[in-house]
Design a protein around this ligand. Structure first.
Ligand SMILES: *Cc1c(COP(=O)(O)O)cnc(C)c1O
Length: 377
């Protein structure tokens, strides 16, 4: 059996090595390291894949979120609602821009932001909602878009974990995540479903005016060379990373299908166990791309299970062990513990098992056996 890894970037690389190396060689010979043809090619291929009018590549997923918020013209004091149970980058950029983060609880089944909790948190200062398609599952965009419309709020999708997932709207139209709200962001960190070999990110929108604004912001607020109209940042995707991404984009649907296969296999093997809640796909199977396969462990010591797996040489992760509202940097008097009953429970129960496009059946079986050996002892 091949060594089990949380993500297996070596095997993935072996499969695309020739094409990636040839593309990189071309960039090296042309010396067009920044904004070269490779970046333009990837940008237009990603626009076509997502069926979105504008992709603005940038340096990483955190910048993508920050620039999206800058582009919408959010001002200090504006309140931005997001999930308590997510990676810190989401709340970090809200705070960094002087906006007021308002963290709310999540749904126990999908792990995604709770529409009821969003409604409860809306005040006259609320300007935007940031749903995260956590672990690769589309957030409840029916409800979120309806709330946004009713209260005239922007929707910024943090799609760092959900690229390739599909949302079916009320009219039955299929829309790729990142293109549902006013603006979407993603990360190309190596372990993401579409990852490069360093840092990278992108912003998506169907709004021409916003796209123009975002293109200037990522380039020092320049819309005309050396004319700085707004305060911007320097955030670029480099050509070498674009080569990798362009190659991997061709395989993204295949990668996501492999992840779904692995998820279904895990779920079959864990079926009916009374100490495990397997992840639920809330809508159709297109709505989950399994960035993580995350179990809830009930009536058992999750931390001991982590240790047990580590001893067996099986990697696993706890995403996320501390709710954001309890993090030193993001505490606020506005929060009451009662508002976060689901997140407070999830942080004690969740464990993410190895999940990537190269997992095979033998590996999955041995991971499941190791989990069950602990729970059934
Ligand atoms: C990875 C991630 C980010 C940040 O992406 P970077 O490219 O690492 O800056 C933001 N939000 C979520 C939900 C993520 O998983």
């Amino acid at each position: 059996m091949r060594k089990i890894q949380m993500v297996d970037l070596q095997s993935q690389y072996a499969f695309i090595r020739e094409q990636v190396e040839a593309g990189m060689q071309e960039v090296l010979s042309s010396a067009q390291f920044i904004n070269g043809p490779a970046v333009k090619s990837f940008q237009s291929n990603l626009e076509a894949y997502l069926v979105v009018k504008h992709v603005i590549p940038c340096a990483n997923g955190t910048d993508a979120l920050q620039v999206a918020m800058m582009g919408l013209g959010l001002q200090p004091g504006d309140e931005v609602i997001t999930a308590d149970f997510t990676f810190a980058a989401t709340v970090e950029v809200i705070a960094l821009l002087g906006l007021t983060p308002v963290l709310v609880d999540v749904d126990p089944v999908s792990f995604n932001i709770s529409p009821q909790a969003i409604e409860k948190a809306i005040t006259p200062k609320t300007k935007a909602i940031v749903p995260v398609h956590l672990f690769g599952q589309v957030a409840d965009m029916y409800a979120i878009m309806a709330i946004a419309k009713k209260h005239n709020l922007y929707v910024i999708e943090d799609n760092a974990q959900g690229i390739g997932a599909t949302h079916t709207d009320r009219e039955g139209n299929k829309i790729k995540t990142g293109g549902i709200g006013n603006v979407g962001s993603t990360s190309f960190f190596p372990s993401k479903n579409l990852g490069c070999y360093g840092d990278g990110g992108a912003i998506f929108t169907n709004d021409d005016e916003l796209a123009h604004s975002l293109r200037g912001i990522v380039n020092h607020g320049m819309y005309e060379r050396y004319h700085h109209d707004v305060v911007g940042v320097n955030s670029r995707l480099d050509s070498l990373q674009a080569v990798v991404l362009d190659e991997k984009l061709k395989l993204l649907d295949y990668y996501n299908e492999r992840r779904k296969w692995a998820a279904i296999r895990y779920t079959q093997l864990f079926a009916g166990h009374d100490k495990i809640i397997t992840p639920k796909v809330v809508r159709d199977c297109q709505s989950h791309v399994f960035h993580q396969y995350t179990l809830r462990v009930i009536d058992a010591n999750r931390d001991e299970l982590v240790k047990h797996l580590q001893q067996k040489g099986i990697p696993c992760g706890v995403y996320y062990p501390i709710p954001l509202h309890a993090q030193k940097a993001y505490r606020s008097d506005r929060y009451k513990e009662d508002d976060f009953t689901v997140t407070n429970q999830l942080v004690k129960e969740v464990i993410s098992l190895p999940m990537h496009s190269e997992l095979d059946d033998e590996q999955i079986q041995s991971i499941v056996q190791a989990v069950l050996a602990f729970l059934d002892k």
